[in-house]
Design a protein around this ligand. Structure first.
Ligand code: ZN
Length: 242
């Protein structure tokens, strides 16, 4: 099975459509979405509709919880809060119903998927450092755990000697005696200084993982953000990838 693992779309329809077009070319068998379909971007309902149609599994992220009133808005920075309020006013009943049904974590075909962390995902903690990874490797039993949330694609390996470190290999051959935490990055708001939409492809039978980047029409998304009177920073950051 060849899985596409996508995360943090954030209402960015142009980025999502571009990623889906790439997936079409690469003939993946299944699309898994790790959450944050909405928040920040100008097309929350359109993105939810597409994800509902295309993804086999969709998880909830903190930005999917927030407009439902499931998460205290004081958790968020002012731009995020502004966008959550904007999103909440516009979500359709169909969108709300879909968001209400999303799980936080899932086990698929021998690997784990979650938006934030494999244990206590509802605390919305981040795995960005080696120390974070050391804390969370004992918290799941599968060989690989795919995450999103930070919008920065990374791979951390736990070796057979018990050493934890970042790996840069792309594509990455998953080796039998090692375990991995893989952040697939963000489709709709990358923050690793590369503005291209980010996602991952995991070929489970070949045990091969690839980070993929694709271009999308950033000026069009920025135009929509400005037209919607969302915070200007949310438009600017897309071209900077931060
Ligand atoms: Zn996010």
């Amino acid at each position: 099975m060849k899985y596409a693992i996508i995360s943090d779309i954030h209402g960015n329809l142009e980025a999502l459509e571009s990623v889906l077009a790439e997936l079409e070319k690469r003939s993946v068998d299944s699309i898994l979405c790790l959450g944050d379909v909405v928040g920040y971007g100008p097309n929350p309902n359109e993105c939810l509709e597409l994800i509902k149609e295309k993804a086999e599994v969709t998880l909830a992220g903190n930005h999917d919880y927030a407009p439902l009133g499931k998460l205290d808005l004081s958790y968020f920075n002012p731009w995020a809060r502004n966008a959550i309020e904007w999103t909440r006013e516009r979500l359709t009943d169909v969108s709300i119903e879909f968001l209400l049904g999303l799980p936080l974590k899932q086990e698929i075909d021998g690997f784990t998927i979650v938006h934030s962390t494999p244990s206590e995902p509802q605390k919305w903690n981040y795995i960005i450092s080696i120390e974070d990874a050391q804390k969370y490797f004992p918290q799941f039993s599968n060989q690989v755990c795919f995450i999103g949330h930070s919008h920065v694609p990374i791979i951390i390996v736990l070796t057979e000697e018990g050493e934890c470190r970042f790996v840069q290999d792309n594509p990455l051959q998953i080796s039998e005696n090692r375990r991995y935490i893989i952040n697939v990055g963000s489709v709709g708001q990358p923050r690793d200084l590369n503005p291209k939409a980010s996602f991952g492809i995991y070929d489970e039978s070949a045990m091969l993982y690839e980070h993929v980047r694709v271009d999308y029409d950033i000026p069009e998304t920025q135009r929509k953000i400005r037209k919607a009177a969302l915070p200007e920073f949310l438009a600017e950051r897309l071209e900077l990838g931060q």
